[in-house]
Design a protein around this ligand. Structure first.
Ligand code: GDP
Length: 227
């Protein structure tokens, strides 16, 4: 069931995170997240549902994908050393947008809208599919997608659809298994094993302890700077 973590949907225009259609803010952030995160400059560049408004500077992009409430915003915050709410979850059911953040002026983190939220009406689901598939299929600068799973739940149907879709289109991806801190050691192993059954090696992560941030950064860096 979605929402069991007690997440509150952000209020419209709540003042956190990017606003629709443009805007530009830049901030230098310092290292947090268990000491694994370097000091990064994070610039919010644009939030848009229209490909014409996506950045054109051709910097490489790393996209983040997952079901609503999976922990995507928490992962982005942890990786960039941001305080909570610098990246915020999209309100389920609202018009969906893709958010672009330029990292150290060198590449983008691309925050794709969460999927699979139970109460989202069908037209929004259709809109999501068009937007996301267009981005994933056409975006030449996309170098890596991070498919985020909740370790407690493993693969859900929509995650598997997306995995197959990425593979079919030859898009490189890595799987992040988040919220590991919510499980004891045995259940963590069980959860990771279930994820491995689909033929991928997940990177275990916890936004609470910072576990896995270093390994995820290593995977991203390897992709962005191939030897
Ligand atoms: P999003 O909708 O995918 O962006 O998910 P959020 O990052 O907003 O996280 C959803 C809920 O899960 C929030 O209540 C978070 O505090 C919680 N959460 C996210 N990641 C973790 C984690 O690694 N450990 C724990 N214990 N809670 C987490």
């Amino acid at each position: 069931m979605d929402g069991e973590d007690g997440k509150q949907a952000p209020s419209p225009g709540g003042g956190h995170g990017p606003s629709q259609g443009g805007g530009h803010e830049s901030k230098r952030v310092s290292s947090q997240g268990g000491g694994h995160v370097p000091s990064l400059q994070v610039e919010f560049v644009v939030s848009s549902g229209k490909p014409d408004l996506f950045p054109r500077d051709r910097l490489p992009e790393v996209a983040f994908l997952g079901r609503s409430n999976v922990g995507k915003s928490s992962l982005l915050n942890a990786l960039t050393g941001q305080k909570r709410l610098a990246f915020t979850s999209n309100t389920p059911g609202r018009t969906q947008t893709i958010n672009f953040y330029r990292i150290d002026g060198a590449f983008y983190f691309v925050d794709l809208p969460g999927y699979g939220y139970a109460r989202v009406p069908l037209p929004i689901v259709a809109e999501w599919k068009i937007l996301i598939e267009h981005y994933l299929e056409k975006r030449e600068t996309l170098k890596l997608s991070c498919l985020i799973l909740d370790t407690r739940r493993g693969w859900m149907d929509k995650d598997l659809d997306l995995k197959r879709w990425l593979e079919h289109h030859g898009r490189p991806y890595l799987v992040v298994a988040t919220k590991t801190d919510k499980l004891n050691r045995t259940d963590q192993e069980r959860g990771l094993l279930a994820i491995r059954k689909e033929g991928v090696e997940p990177l275990p992560f916890s936004a609470v302890t910072g576990r896995g941030a270093r390994e995820i950064w290593q995977a991203i860096t390897r992709t962005l700077n191939p030897q």
